[in-house]
Design a protein around this ligand. Sequence first.
Ligand SMILES: [Ca+2]
Ligand SMILES: [Ca+2]
Ligand SMILES: [Ca+2]
Length: 260
Amino acid sequence: MAVSQRTSLYVERLEERCQPAGTVTVLQSGSIVRLVGDAANNDVALTATGANALTVTGIATTISGPTTLAGVTRVYLELADGNDSAAVTATVPFDGQIIARASSGNDTFSIGNGQYNGSIVILEEHGDDVVSLAAAGYNEAVIVRTGSGQDSVSALNSVWARRFEISTSRGADTVNLSFCNFADRVVIHTDDDNDLLSLANCAFATFSLFDLGTGHDQAVLNTVTFPTGKPRSVLLGGLGVDTITQTGVTGDRVVRGFYP
Ligand SMILES: [Ca+2]
Ligand SMILES: [Ca+2]
Ligand SMILES: [Ca+2]
């Protein structure tokens, strides 16, 4: 009897974890907006409606405070505990900065579909986080730190005017860049554990760094253009038995620490 009760409670908790819920409080102070979540699995959508204007929509999540915002130069996403999701779109170009602050849980950030003229900073810590940057022009720096956990960062079908930095810290992480043009430097550190770096149909206009850290890492490059001349781009396997596959790769690069 006791065993049966325990099983039943565990199933209920799993169902609850998969459902968006809770309340996100929207606070505006001058040009700064904070979206503050609670311990539940919050799910919000932000849509740019002007260079400094946004609407906030809760997906099975209650929004407390204004949902139509003007005069915004910076947005903080502070969704707290739980497995949170935030999706930002800017088919009307958005000039503000977007900063996601660290929270526990397995969080998903999707920031794309449009034009971003302000920098984007994602500072995650714990949990298996997913960051997706797709179908957009990123006209300022984009910095992604996903912390511990098995994280996934993907950049798809986008143009990057300024630097793009990714650090995925501990955990078996995946970084996938495809159909992207990078005008400025790209710096990727996947750090400890067995990571996967995939670059497909990408062009790098200036030298870039890909450091896979310790662990048995894998790099797969398919149809990638690096610039010629110095300084050269660098691919580092680091400690561990690392493998690299290069198909249709042009330009100068230094490849170190991989087994053939
Ligand atoms: Ca939350
Ligand atoms: Ca990680
Ligand atoms: Ca590694």
